[in-house]
Ligand binder design. Structure first.
Ligand code: UD1
Length: 382
């Protein structure tokens, strides 16, 4: 029996973990056992708890409850907690997702104990080192033994950084293996989309929006939330577009952004936002509510990585509220456009996408079996 320790901490990791946990339960129950460690980076019910219930993820065996502290202290506390668990549990692998502080902490703790690291969502690069996530993902990739990139571009990024495209001998920290696995988020979407259908009615009724006649928007990146000019430009664009086109915006707001709205928006913009009834600012929603909101939206505007891809899964054009993206294939195929926090650009791209002819879908993120592929490789390389 192979034992994996899975580290989760932030909302998207909890969602991604459900694909692997489900595949273990359904297809690898006799070969793999999973111990889940929640770092507690996200702790609100609507940022964490709700996903365990809804996505049927086993409850974490450990919770480190690190909470919201400075990035350095947060990462340090996680390393201490994870190291202790690794020493007790003696797993064959440590599995981490994505690029958060929880990912980095897991990778550091395991690398010191020579426990092979499995990085799911490896190889993504924004080439913007002011993002904490870019540093986290580079450091994690370079400490990992098995690296699973969701895309060809991610795989090529790793090869450019010196990883071997061709594999020989046994995988190890000094002979890491890189794979294109497809995206576990696509696995999840195929699995949960049918269930989410039944939620549509409820959420739309509650929000009083018509299908295909609202914009779904999210903002949580520090680069936007902590910069008064950027945050104001984004919200000004939302008010302008909503008012001019009489189209509502549904904005499930990350707690970081919600806490900063009053202090970080220019006061004139804050007043406009408060008065604009077409901006429906709500608390973060569950995964099923989110995919229901996405599938029924007209368009999506976001600084989240996950939402950019989900827009594509649902054939919705996406305006990226960042200066760059890790998911460049979305730009190339025309389904996403970078507008950063540029008010004029956001408005122009909205108009461009208003009557947009959606290009044919290209299976950019695998075939829905990324989790099975990843687990099969873990068995092979143990
Ligand atoms: C983290 C990740 C980011 C990911 C995002 C997904 C890092 C460096 N960043 O960003 O890559 O896209 O998760 O959501 O790891 N807060 C609450 N309740 C919570 C969680 C957070 O109120 O349950 C508030 C706190 O004020 C906290 C702030 O949000 O200080 C930021 O939380 P943090 O976990 O540091 O980073 P995220 O912005 O969530």
């Amino acid at each position: 029996m192979i034992k994996i320790i899975t580290i989760i901490g932030a909302r998207p990791q909890i969602i991604k973990a459900s694909a692997i946990s489900r595949a273990i339960k359904n297809d690898f129950n006799n070969q793999i056992t999973e111990v889940i460690v929640h770092t507690g980076q996200h702790y609100d019910q609507n940022m964490s708890g709700v996903f365990f219930d809804e996505l049927q993820i086993p409850m974490p065996h450990y919770n480190l409850n690190v909470g919201s502290i400075s990035h350095g202290e947060q990462t340090a506390k996680m390393i201490i907690g994870i190291e202790e668990i690794l020493l007790n549990e003696k797993p064959n692998y440590l599995l981490v997702y994505g690029d958060t502080n929880s990912t980095l902490a897991g990778a550091i703790a395991a690398s010191k104990l020579l426990i092979p690291i499995v990085h799911v969502e490896a190889g993504l690069r924004s080439y913007n080192k002011t993002m904490p996530e870019e540093i986290n993902r580079i450091l994690c990739d370079h400490a990992s033994t098995l690296l699973f990139s969701p895309t060809d571009i991610g795989f090529n990024n790793l090869v450019k950084e010196g990883f071997n495209a061709k594999q020989s001998n046994k995988a190890s920290a000094s002979n890491p293996y890189v794979f294109i696995s497809g995206d576990v988020m696509f696995d999840n979407l195929l699995h949960f989309n049918k269930i989410a259908g039944s939620q549509q009615y409820l959420i739309q009724k509650k929000l009083e929006v018509e299908p295909l006649n609202y914009v779904l928007a999210t903002i949580h990146r520090n680069a936007n939330t902590d910069d008064t000019n950027k945050l104001s430009a984004i919200f000004n664009a939302f008010v302008e577009i909503a008012t001019k086109n009489n189209i509502p915006f549904v904005i499930p707001l990350h707690p970081r952004t919600a806490k900063l709205l009053a202090s970080n928006l220019h006061s004139t913009v804050y007043e406009k936002v408060k008065k604009c009834v077409l901006l429906k600012i709500i608390a973060p929603v569950s995964y099923l509510e989110m995919i229901s909101l996405q599938s029924n939206s007209k368009m999506i505007m976001t600084d989240s990585g996950g939402l950019q891809k989900e827009s594509y899964f649902f054939n919705k054009p996406c305006i990226v509220l960042r200066p760059e993206t890790e998911w460049t294939e979305l730009i190339t195929c025309g389904m996403a456009t970078i507008a950063d926090a540029n008010e004029e650009l956001i408005i122009n791209v909205f108009e461009h996408y208003l009557n947009y002819k959606i290009p044919q879908s290209l299976q950019l993120y695998g075939n829905g079996n990324a989790a099975q592929f990843i687990l099969a490789q873990l068995i092979k390389h143990n």
